[in-house]
Design a protein around this ligand. Structure first.
Ligand code: MLT
Length: 404
């Protein structure tokens, strides 16, 4: 008789955004006349930039001819895209990353979930609290997190680094030494950032204790302030301790197209073994490469027109972020984020729990957000709104919230 991976049974409830999706579906079925505005999951709403569309069309036409047709992509990614990433995201910023340290994938979500596979089950992970749920849930599936305490919403073998208003939503070095540290900055969900000096402290710490940092840089295109690092490789010593995850979802609107990259410098080693070689082995075995047409679309992100068009797209969303931030402030909410990130983090009013506020907002304003407690216990009493809606809907949503 077959047996299942019982670690899956330890997972509480369904994935956060699936739960929210089900709640919206139930509400819409009951109230089909209501016009719901979705500012929950960070899904983009603006069309792909013209440079990307042109590149996609061209690549599709190539697939129609035997001479230019492409079958399986190279498992680690096409050279043209690996070069474009190494050049534009790293070397242009003075960071020493070579194209063969760039692994192309079909999105940062998969990579952030899969990367734990190349580490021993004995490793102890440290996560910010609140945190993007994929990091913890995938470690639960692997059996690395111990026992779940449903009352406190924590796992016995996970080190939580609370990010609260008291520490400006910036994690402190934990007392217990972790083996793997997940950091995401600009942060999802709080929208907070680290300065270069603060990130340097994490890199120095990881090198000192022999930990690996998994650095999720999905929101770097939204950085508007100086001294906020766009990549962890701006820090000295990051090449020996940091893996970086890059996404095309938020900087180029690829949530429905799917493209990502993971950077693993060859200097990160356990004894003589490089993490680079393990991830290459995994990629080669389990993955057949992101589609050619999508990688060509990714290349267009780095073209001169692409850069100009995408800067405009990011500005569009950041205008929404200002509408949310300022509107909620005027309405008396306690808000943060939204300056270097497309997420606004607010304290729920009247001591409501995160889920109570979710229901209240859905029912009375027909606006969907994300309950902070879905990201971890320190998110309780908080709520996240995304700037990825259309401008018109964002303005409408804030007007509705102001009237409550
Ligand atoms: C979010 O809303 O937190 C993200 O969009 C989810 C994701 O990127 O998977």
């Amino acid at each position: 008789m077959f047996k299942i991976n019982e670690n899956y049974l330890k997972l509480p409830g369904s994935y956060l955004f699936s739960t929210i999706g089900k709640k919206i579906a139930a509400y819409t079925q009951e109230h089909p006349e209501k016009k719901i505005i979705r500012l929950g999951i960070g899904d983009v709403t603006q069309p792909l930039a013209p440079a990307i569309i042109d590149s996609l069309h061209h690549a599709v036409d190539e697939m129609a001819n035997a001479e230019t047709f492409h079958g399986y992509a190279p498992d680690l990614g096409y050279e043209f895209l690996r070069n474009a990433i190494a050049e534009n995201d790293y070397r242009a910023r003075g960071c020493d990353i070579s194209s063969d340290e760039v692994f192309i994938s079909d999105g940062a979500k998969c990579d952030s979930g899969n990367i734990q596979e190349i580490f021993s089950i004995d490793n102890k992970i440290a996560v910010c609290d609140p945190v993007y749920p994929v990091y913890v849930d995938t470690n639960v599936m692997a059996g690395r997190t111990g026992v779940y305490d449903a009352n406190r919403g924590v796992w016995s073998d996970v080190i939580y680094m609370p990010c609260t208003a008291e520490n400006q939503f910036v994690p402190e070095i934990p007392k217990e030494v972790p083996d793997i540290i997940y950091l995401c900055f600009p942060n999802n969900p709080t929208g907070s950032t680290l300065t270069k000096e603060q990130l340097q402290e994490w890199v120095d710490y990881a090198n000192k204790v022999g930990a690996v940092i998994i650095y999720d840089a999905a929101y770097e295109a939204y950085i508007s302030e100086e001294n906020v690092p766009h990549t962890i490789y701006e820090c000295d010593g990051a090449r020996t301790c940091a893996i970086e995850l890059r996404s095309f979802s938020k900087n180029a609107g690829f949530t429905g197209v799917r493209l990502g990259a993971t950077i693993i410098p060859k200097e990160i080693k356990c004894g003589d073994v490089t993490l680079h070689s393990l991830w290459a082995r995994r990629h080669g075995t389990k993955y057949n490469g992101a589609p050619y047409i999508v990688q060509r679309a990714g290349e267009a992100v780095y073209s001169e027109e692409g850069k100009v068009q995408l800067k405009k797209q990011v500005d569009y969303y950041m205008k929404n972020a200002r509408v949310i931030y300022e509107g909620l402030k005027e309405a008396g909410y306690c808000v943060s984020g939204g300056i270097n990130a497309p997420y606004i983090w607010l304290k729920t009013p009247k001591e409501m729990s995160s889920w109570q506020f979710f229901d209240y907002l859905l029912e009375h304003a027909n606006v969907v957000g994300t309950p902070g407690s879905g990201f971890g216990p320190s998110g309780e009493g908080y709520f996240r709104l995304t700037a990825f809606g259309s401008y018109e809907n964002t303005v409408k949503a804030i007007e509705r919230i102001k009237k409550l």
